[in-house]
Design a protein around this ligand. Structure first.
Ligand code: GLU
Length: 511
């Protein structure tokens, strides 16, 4: 049977999107596009207590920035709408009831206090955190322990209840993960998860199965942290009679802290000074802002590329891929089982490579925005493109363009004259006075002519051009960096060149 591939990213809108989340999107997307399939985004917002305003918009803005647009979603519409689980609320209860009717689930009337008491009463050395499971359920207030009359009376009285799955006892269940191979679970180790809450909302476990079925999902890629939930989902697919429709699953390896010790968290980023979220995220309640890869100066091409290589490679040494190349090269069986360590230096390397590969035209708007943020206005578009081409090799992050190119547009605010003074002498002073005069009266203003007249003048003064280059650079740039000094002179023009030479001369001579 050749079903159309349909994959989904199913985020809960609870905050900024961690790079692991974007990698899950990416693997879904690559797999779908490679197979001519559909990539669906479904918002799993059934847990109203965790709902965070702005999080859904943030997710879609991130996907847009990365160029990973869904085929179907609450924003994009589609044949299986609505794509927000809160709007599908009416669908779920019937399935929970069906499971009760078939003996695979039960009503549980326990109050919050009773549940807390249970955790105290059953706590022991062997069982430090007792769970509502096959051993304990018979001792609680539910439709397994109560008579049918008692249950009917409680329901008639409007007593709040949840529906829990009845995990079978003493069985093993297994499935074949696309990355991990066969994964086996013992049912005794899994608790009786709530499927339907007292307010009629499904929990994630019920909703994910009902919707993956309803939306004809063929492959489900999700983070490794969901592996412990898999046995519940497997049983639900089976008990609801949909076993043959169950998607294939792949649980993606975690992204680890740089030292490999545990899952990379937002706090690690704060501590070590690098972003963990895709884009800036502001917590609506606390106002706390977390910086994202985008705002830190990453190109979306680089971000996507580095995420793909966190836990996957194409079997060669090739590390640089466009999105289209990734679509062609990706294969789920080359995704590693083990976690991938995050290395910010490596992340920056990708960005540097991508900045070098990018054309001035494609970088233009982002660089202009960066410069504007630093109050540097760019009037001439063609000049900005020239500047970008000259300095991009030197920029690892987009933000580096500010330091690397501001002197093209504004006079430096300081000059590193300390680097000139130790070797300064009258001969050099005379040379630069004459150079400024020569430049002032020159008719042509082009890199090669400027370099020629500089060298000729140096020869006339019996000075080595090598000794004069550093002072000239500091005069034009402010510091010991930047591209070719005559390229800079050509771009900033005659007036600024002459003015800066004279300005520094007066500082060196009259400190
Ligand atoms: N809603 C879950 C999450 O927030 C989705 C897990 C899954 O893909 O099954 O990640």
């Amino acid at each position: 049977m050749n079903k159309k591939v349909r994959v989904r990213f199913a985020p809960s809108p609870t905050g900024g999107l961690h790079l692991g989340g974007v990698r899950t999107v990416l693997f879904n997307y690559l797999f779908a596009k490679q197979h001519g399939g559909d990539f669906i985004v479904r918002i799993e917002d059934t847990d109203q207590t965790r709902f965070v305003e702005g999080a859904e918009d943030y997710i879609f803005n991130t996907l847009k920035w990365c160029g990973l647009e869904p085929d179907e979603s609450p924003l994009h519409g589609g044949p299986y709408a609505p794509y927000r689980q809160s709007e599908r609320k009416a669908n779920y209860a019937q399935y929970a009831e069906q499971l009760v009717a078939n003996g695979h689930a039960y009503y549980a009337f326990d109050t919050t206090q009773e549940l807390e008491q249970m955790r105290v009463d059953f706590k022991s050395e062997e069982n430090p955190s007792p769970q509502y499971n096959h051993t304990i359920r018979t001792k609680m207030r539910n439709s397994l322990s109560l008579s049918a009359e008692e249950v009917a009376a409680l329901k008639a009285a409007g007593t709040p209840f949840v529906i829990r799955i009845k995990m079978p006892t003493g069985e093993t269940i297994s499935f074949t993960d696309m990355i991990r191979g066969e994964v086996v679970f013992h049912t005794n180790q899994v608790d009786d998860k709530v499927l339907l809450k007292a307010d009629g909302m499904p929990t994630y476990h019920l909703a994910v199965v009902v919707d993956d079925y309803a939306m004809k999902i063929t492959h489900a890629f999700r983070g490794e942290e969901w592996l412990p939930s898999a046995p519940v989902h497997l049983l639900l697919w089976k008990y609801l009679g949909w076993e043959n429709e169950m998607p294939e699953w792949a649980h993606l390896p975690l992204i680890l802290k740089p030292d490999g010790n545990g899952k990379l968290s937002k706090r690690d980023g704060d501590r070590l000074g690098f972003p963990v979220f895709a884009m800036d995220w502001t917590d609506h309640k606390t106002g706390e802002k977390t910086v994202g890869f985008k705002e830190r100066g990453f190109l979306p091409e680089a971000f996507v590329n580095l995420l793909a290589l966190l836990g996957w490679n194409d079997g060669t040494d090739n590390e640089l891929f466009t999105l289209d190349e990734l679509i062609a090269a990706f294969s789920i069986d080359r995704v590693h089982k083990g976690g991938a360590k995050f290395d910010f230096e490596k992340a920056k390397w990708y960005n540097h490579e991508w900045i070098k590969r990018s054309t001035a035209t494609s970088l233009h708007d982002s660089v202009k925005a960066m410069l504007n943020e630093h109050a540097i206005e760019v009037q001439d578009t063609a000049i900005l493109d020239k500047v970008i081409d000259l300095v991009k090799e030197r920029c690892t992050l987009l933000s580096d363009f500010v330091a690397q190119s501001s002197f093209f547009f504004v006079t430096p605010t300081s000059f590193d004259t300390d680097s000139i003074k130790p070797k300064w002498n009258e001969a050099k002073n005379m040379f630069f006075i004459e150079l400024s005069n020569a430049f002032e009266s020159s008719i042509v203003w082009q890199t090669t002519d400027l370099e020629t007249s500089f060298k000729e003048l140096a020869a006339a003064h019996q000075l080595k051009p090598g000794e004069l280059m550093l002072p000239l650079r500091i005069m034009l740039v402010g510091g010991k960096f930047g591209p070719g000094v005559f390229d800079i002179a050509e771009i900033i023009g005659k007036h600024a060149t002459v003015e800066r030479i004279r300005m520094v001369l007066s500082i060196v001579e009259h400190p």
